[in-house]
Design a protein around this ligand. Sequence first.
Ligand code: FEO
Length: 401
Amino acid sequence: MKPVEVVKNVYWVGVVDWNIRNFHGYTYTTKRGTTYNAYLIIDEKIALVDTVYGPFSDELIKNIKTLIEPEKIDYIITNHVETDHSGALSEIVKLSKNAKIVGTAKCKEGLSRYYYDLSLDEKFQIVKTGDRISLGKKTLQFIEAPMIHWPDSMFTYVPEDKLLLPNDAFGQHYATSERFDDEVNQYELMEEAKKYYANILIPFSSIIAKKIDQLISSGIEINMIAPSHGIIWRKEPKKIIDAYIKWANNYELKNKVLIVYETMWGATEKMAKAILEGVKDNGVEVKLYDITVSDRTEIITELLDAKGLIVGSSTHDNNILPTIAGFLDFVKGLKIKNRYGAAFGSYGWSGESVKIVEEILRLSGIEIIVPSISIKYMPSEEDIKLCYTFGENFVKKILAG
Ligand code: FEO
């Protein structure tokens, strides 16, 4: 798509990746595609803020060429090493031979291990929080943002425009023909912003909460947030800042329970459905997922505001089943806080699954609040009642606080 002027002399020159359906390998499903946003700031000096994913280098260069000759670029600001933003760097550097590459010390270190063709010792300018580069009328001011979400991450701020370019933060995997928040469907926008936070940023929540506090107390004025994925927050930047404050501090947590399971011959599934009834009959919202046919990215998004996670697996080879194992491994990596859990599952003879599930939930930081329930072969009517009671007891513990 063609460049779009974001504010006077600041242009979106990124690309829209309409067809990507799996991001970060297979860690994140992107049903609405994504964008890789790069911004060109034209002043007495010219700066390109971030590039795009490598396969889209030509499209980025074509966009830049509609505005200026790439050789005129003085600075390439690399807010983040990850290749969806730095992937076109080598191609740009070939055309912008005199440009300085600007980023944090960690960024230089990271880029040196991704792009062996770049002469970073000659070209790279390390910046820290508070450092500034004057482009003429506009200034670039840098704010280090380590672990939001990589060690190298940085925000760039243009004070004259009150424009924040925070790279991944406040982004969404959302491919649209429009570029601004006031031009798109608000439900879709917030759904994608929430999904992005849940699947990428949850592990860094305490760092994010602190960084937002720092930004607010520094008195920085923000009229617009232009992230590196999705739409630009032009009309309501406060909307996404407020949402991040809520998500990072778990202010949106509610009495909601997710039941996620994998079953071999249907016994664990019968248990799951009986547990669901026990939860529901106590007035709490509950959602049920067979992990083998569900989208993990969507489940993790639901977990952002759910207090309860009940996980079930049949026992197989003295272990849990493989798809639920993958789900639990992902949950473990989230280092999620303030959640309650429990385990259930069927077995034939040894019955290890529930203990294994419990252990992984504990390692994930989830508090086990009711003893697990394990049923031999297919649940009887009596067993189904026990599962119902298990669901009731789980909810009562949550409601008790
Ligand atoms: Fe969009 Fe951390 O890369």
